[in-house]
Design a protein around this ligand. Sequence first.
Ligand code: SAM
Length: 457
Amino acid sequence: MTALPSEFIASMQGIMGDEARLMLDAIGGEQPASIRLNRAKTAWEGGTPVPWCRTGRYLGGRMTYTFDPLFHAGAYYVQEASSMFLDQVVRTLVDAPVLALDLCAAPGGKSTLLCSSLPDGSMLVANEVVRNRVPVLAENLTKWGTASAMVTNNAPADFARLGGCFDLILVDAPCSGEGMFRKDAGAIAEWSPANVEQCAQRQRAILSDAWQALRPGGLLVYSTCTYNLEENEKNIHWLIDTLGAIPLAVPLEAGWGVTGALDGTDVPVYRFLPHRTRGEGLFMAVLRKDSDDASTAAPRSVKDKRQNIAVPQAVKDMVEGSQAFEFVMDRGAFAAVPKRWARTAAMLASQLRVVKAGTAVATAKGKDIIPLHALAVSVIRAEGAFPSVELAYEDAIAYLRRGALQLEGEGRGYCLVTYKSVPLGFVKRIGSRVNNLYPQEWRIMTTYAPDEVLTLE
Ligand code: SAM
């Protein structure tokens, strides 16, 4: 590994004393491989449980994810284990459906976790300000298949203007990336004390915008993947002292090796240090906004401009329990939004740049109704709405490369293709011909073929 900056080493020794050596050695060591399972798609029971996350599993070694059809199908997300502590936060502190915002969401690791961990009936707005990072966020959420997620491309200040409307906001802040030193030599090259200070200032700007978008009584979860005090404990004290945030304790088990505040105070914060926990560096804290907070503006009232659209029965028939959904037009497609969130989604859409409104179900071309990929991989697709064909491994990879595919027999119309019973997407059969409808932009592009393929068996 590239040598760590001497000023970073000195600052860690200042915070942790002799223990810093153990941590710095661990930063240079092997990174544990882990994934988080999508229980809506797989019942896989392998690996070793990540203790603080119901669906997290450590793996014996790195799998060849690109060559695992179940990875593309959204059956699991590759995520380092410390980040999965968010599941413990949600499980212990959120007990009713919420409107949640993931303000710094790309590529979507914590957004997909929220989709699985939040109580049923919740709605997630996953936002990313950097435009070229939005497609991967939309792709990961689409593949995860959740019914109640929107994707937006806005600045934190745009959310502040909405007033206090979210019950839960996650700020997984852009940071100086010290926790990435083990994975990414570029993070070492970019590090400097001046950059740490700049990141801390930017984080406070993001946090103060997020705070305005939080309803009184709501929860703010703050996380970074850094070790220094400036971006972590000091920002939490700033939230408490300046904004009146109330820090909350998260229940822990002793064996997890989670560390508390490193600034000598007893503020409840949760640090994952690589020599004490099996995972990367992570800092997380949870704060509640006082339910009597008088500084929060009421959610902006906007006129409900929703119009009834004529939705073909064939589109409704593609959706399980379609009466629980409202259909909206999103980029020329019929998209399904859970009815209980439809008004909220419309209000947000009138004030934000929405990239994904709900589940894109189908488009209509003349009399033809064309089902969309998002439906194929969604949990809301009606069981039995399409015939389905199970693919063997080689055919599944050919499909995901958007290559030519041969299926047994003949058929006509749209057909779901599955691998280990998990839907990969649609094909259209025209007699013996098979049109591959896998999205062009998501296809496996590499021509490399690994000697040994390790997949979720
Ligand atoms: N939550 C993501 C996950 O778990 O996959 C990782 C988020 S990453 C640590 C921080 C994100 O913040 C990046 O996607 C970055 O583009 C975004 N970002 C950068 N500058 C920002 C700003 N000024 N305001 C809000 N987000 C910003």
